[in-house]
Design a protein around this ligand. Structure first.
Ligand code: PLP
Length: 444
């Protein structure tokens, strides 16, 4: 382990404060206090900081380090690929072996005929790509007015313009101005997304209500996370995703599943939709595809959709990133997926779900404010209430969840709070290699 003396640590803190604009962070706090921790190494479920202190990474960093930290095989795969072919472009129908192998591998994992892949550098780019593809699709089919996207309240889809607009968390839109009215939001996860009864006062907030009010001829797609992650680990009731699929089929609308968090074993199945046997028309991925070791995202589309696009237009598809199909990222993804499969990490996550639930039960018994815990695979959360028996939440001024996150950090545990909309949710999403004993350590 590399050690740092006081002088070096102080220097790093000052340089961070002076030169680094942190993503999704408070600028004021940063300018007052500098970075909260500076990490130097990772191994398994642990991160080590400049002081040599070890932290449990209970969120797999940003829900993405699925195979855990410090897996040398991924570095070796990157190094080999860089030595052979570090970069080449896929524009203008050029190709390379590694992207072909990754596309074939992904096709063997994705459900239904989601067998065609476009590559990006992350989740936001994947979602924006999906939005552009569905609009392009309808335009090519002679229905250019079919361009609106319906997302869900509490959804998180990323920070590019389209992805932010589809996101159902107001704070993100406050900064950038949303692309409304082309992006609409339906209430999340009521028992049946249809709210079949038009007399229901919430009908106009349902997916069906929005489709009918706006007119299906104006709606390009509905986007859903199989389980909402950043919104607070909101697991839909059984039947919900199936109902979204049916609605989309009924009204001739494309269904996009945002698998950026749920994909690659997180929920106990390879993809989130596999828990409900739903096959969307488009699936967006990132994060777990490389376990965060290198940036990569992917958009899976059905062969049918690709064939339709190829038939109706012989024009160039004017959409491509410099790093679409980056060879080194593809090589790392292949090695990462090999590890997920070899170590049965999706099945392991499913087995560990019970341990996480047991841990939440322990916390509920020990702390009178803990309630509403849930988990699917290794994606879990619990909530904090001032009076859980009476269902009285903590007021925002109490900052209950934020305080707990800071308290955990001081005890060398990294968790995440979700506090918008009056909720105090603590999310946990540890690396999928976590053991029963490590879950116990994380909870205690
Ligand atoms: N979609 C979901 C469900 C996410 O959780 C995230 C990031 O947390 C994104 C999209 C955006 O991905 P990225 O940060 O790689 O752009």
């Amino acid at each position: 382990m590399v050690t740092y003396n006081k002088e070096q640590i102080k220097n790093l803190q000052e340089l961070d404060k002076k030169h680094y604009l942190h993503p999704t962070s408070s600028l004021k706090q940063h300018q007052e206090n500098g970075p909260k921790r500076i990490f130097t190494e990772g191994k398994g479920i642990y991160l080590t900081d400049v002081n040599g202190d070890q932290y449990i990474d209970a969120l797999a960093s940003l829900w993405n380090v699925n195979i855990g930290h410090g897996r040398k095989e991924l570095g070796e795969a990157a190094s080999q690929q860089m030595g052979k072919l570090a970069y080449s472009s896929s524009f203008n129908n050029l190709s390379h072996e590694t992207v072909i192998q990754l596309s074939e591998k992904l096709a063997s994992l994705t459900p239904g005929d989601l067998n065609v892949f476009f590559f990006t550098s992350g989740g936001s780019e994947s979602n924006d790509t999906a939005f552009k593809l569905v609009r392009h699709y309808w335009k090519m089919k002679g229905q250019p007015e079919k361009k609106k996207i319906i997302g869900l309240e509490r959804a998180y889809h990323g920070i590019t313009m389209g992805a932010t607009s589809a996101t159902g968390i107001q704070q993100f839109q406050n900064m950038t101005t949303s692309l409304a009215p082309d992006f609409l939001h339906a209430a999340a996860h009521k028992t049946n997304c249809e709210w079949g009864d038009k007399n229901d006062s919430d009908y106009s907030r349902s997916i069906r209500g929005i489709i009918e009010n706006e007119g299906p001829e104006t709606i390009a797609a509905v986007i859903v996370e199989p389980i909402q992650g950043a919104g607070g680990v909101i697991i839909p009731p059984d039947g919900y995703l199936e109902a979204v699929r049916d609605l989309c089929d009924q009204y001739g609308i494309l269904m996009i599943a945002d698998e950026v968090i749920c994909g690659f074993g997180r929920t106990g199945r390879m993809f989130g939709v596999d828990n409900w046997n739903v096959v969307p028309d488009i699936m967006c991925m990132a994060k777990g595809i490389t376990s965060g070791y290198i940036p990569l995202g992917a958009v899976a589309i059905t062969e049918r959709l690709r064939d339709n696009l190829a038939e109706v237009s012989d024009d160039v598809l004017f959409h491509g990133f410099t790093y679409s199909g980056h060879p080194t990222s593809c090589a790392v993804a292949l090695k990462n997926i090999e590890i997920i499969e070899k170590e049965n990490l999706a099945a392991h996550a499913s087995k560990m779900e019970m341990e996480l639930i047991k841990g939440f039960k322990y916390l509920t018994e020990k702390h009178s404010s803990v309630t509403k815990s849930r988990a699917k695979g290794l994606l879990g959360a619990f909530e904090l209430f001032e009076d859980r028996e009476q269902g009285i939440p903590f007021g925002p001024e109490k900052m209950a969840a934020q305080k707990l996150v800071e308290e955990c950090l001081s005890q060398k545990l990294i968790v995440r709070s979700v506090t918008f909309g009056g909720t105090n949710i603590i999310a946990l999403s540890p690396p999928l290699i976590i053991t029963k004993e490590e879950i116990e350590k994380m909870i205690m």
